[in-house]
Design a protein around this ligand. Sequence first.
Ligand code: SPV
Ligand code: MG
Length: 296
Amino acid sequence: MKAKKLRELLYSNQVVRVMGAHNGLSAKLAEQAGFHAIWASGLEISASYAVPDANILTMTENLQAAVVMNESTSIPIICDCDSGYGSVNNVIRMVKEYERNGIAGICIEDKQFPKLNSFVKGSQKLADIDEFSNKIRAAKDVQKNPDFVVIARIEALIAGQGMDEALNRAYAYEAAGADAILIHSKENQPNEIKEFVKQFTGAVPIVIVPTTYPHITVKEMELLGINMVIYANHGLRSSIKAMQETFSQILLDGNTVGVEDNIVSMKTVFELQGMYDMRKQEDMYNSGTSVISTIK
Ligand code: SPV
Ligand code: MG
């Protein structure tokens, strides 16, 4: 169901807007805000464990987080699966597991295992083009539901390998069966993204992650022919700032009065976690009249 929805979105005429998340709550907030789909971000999930985004967490840990997001929302989840957790053999098991758990789509990037977050200075080693194409081919062969989406992410521009390398890879991954190409850039202007879409003559949808070039608007993406935008980490970064400010103010003030206007009510927390629905359900089964009334 969700895979079908994701595929429909990907091939629709609108720019599909996707928000990064790392747990049930952040995914639910993204859905409530109106995003079309969730990016189960490797950066966000690893940051939520307070470990680096460098394949420190296992596939199972990432999948578990994605399953929680999937269960707490009704929109599709696209999982950031780094470079596929190893070789083509790892990709095969990964696709089986993700699909079996109701995940709508996955994205794998053409870097070597272990990967390093694209914005970290250091060695961004690309996988061999044929080796990565085989991972895409294997992922497409092994999926059972034809709607399950496999996105191939190109890191050539991140690794400083140039536009020709990025384009060669895009054609190879499209030929291998990728449902979409994610072209990643770390420039602070969308120049290389614009150049890529201008030169690319393939037919697959294009996905971008404008973390370092935040000025690009959805309207511009539409004009450029970009099909999907992933705001990969803005929920995480806004929550870190909010917590840092709240925590330090509480220590400074010696009480919590000063932060009360900047934090949500307990009622909001209860609503988000489904407390009221649970109580209604409980009442229905027990034929009682109990309601949450202690904290409003
Ligand atoms: C992530 O959100 O983990 C991503 C996007 O892969 S980026 O951090 O831009 O590499
Ligand atoms: Mg990632």
